[in-house]
Write a new protein. Sequence first.
Length: 258
Amino acid sequence: MGDVKVYLNGRRFGLISRERCEQLQSLGVLGRVDSAGFHLTLDEISSGLQRLNSRLADAGALLGWRDEFIDVLDWSGALHLGSMERAAARFWGSYTRAVHLNGWVAGGRGAPAQVWLALRADHKATDPGLWDNLVAGGLGLGEGVSDALKREAFEEAGLKLEEALECLSAPPLLINRAVDQGWQRELLMVFDVCLLPQWHPQNQDGEVQAFECMTCVEAAKRAAGGSMCADAALVTQAFLRRRGMPGVEAADPRTAGG
């Protein structure tokens, strides 16, 4: 059947399954469907999406409504179109942005010896009970990368970045994959943070149920073993390869597409 491209006021916006396209039509959503995709036209994007997403939530098509707004971007991530509820992003397959922090501890020669990972709470709307990077979270509406990193670092791990020995930005990654809620197209902005050996994380927002500090070999096995969420596995594998860890498996190309 294939997936259906979504256009919002003429701009490429997302990607939905054929079934979701039919669901939108069955709910009376006014959109034109042709060989190019599903064309949605709204007089005012932010308020129009809010009304539409509320209808989808009432119909059970959206899960994990959070009353959190994010920027609506076009498919390339270059154009800002408006705002919408965070829980709707994967339904529409729209472009989102997140920060990921690799928290590592140096060994005797200064190279990474251990990596901190976080176990996501069982009540999380996405990827509950899976291992994650020490810090990972989406950008809020109008939020800059630096502010998001500082906020998420404290909320998820009780980390103040000024306490770190080193904080370096790394090449961003784009994850592009089908998920249970629809489609995830997310730019992962990655940071490598060297932490003191005596530092220990303390979750502040209830979204992490445990932390574990493990060797790089153990982290590589966990990233490849299916117990880690796909974006965190991608970030962890890239970190270990960047730091000269031999034998790290390449990420599944289906999760790293452009």
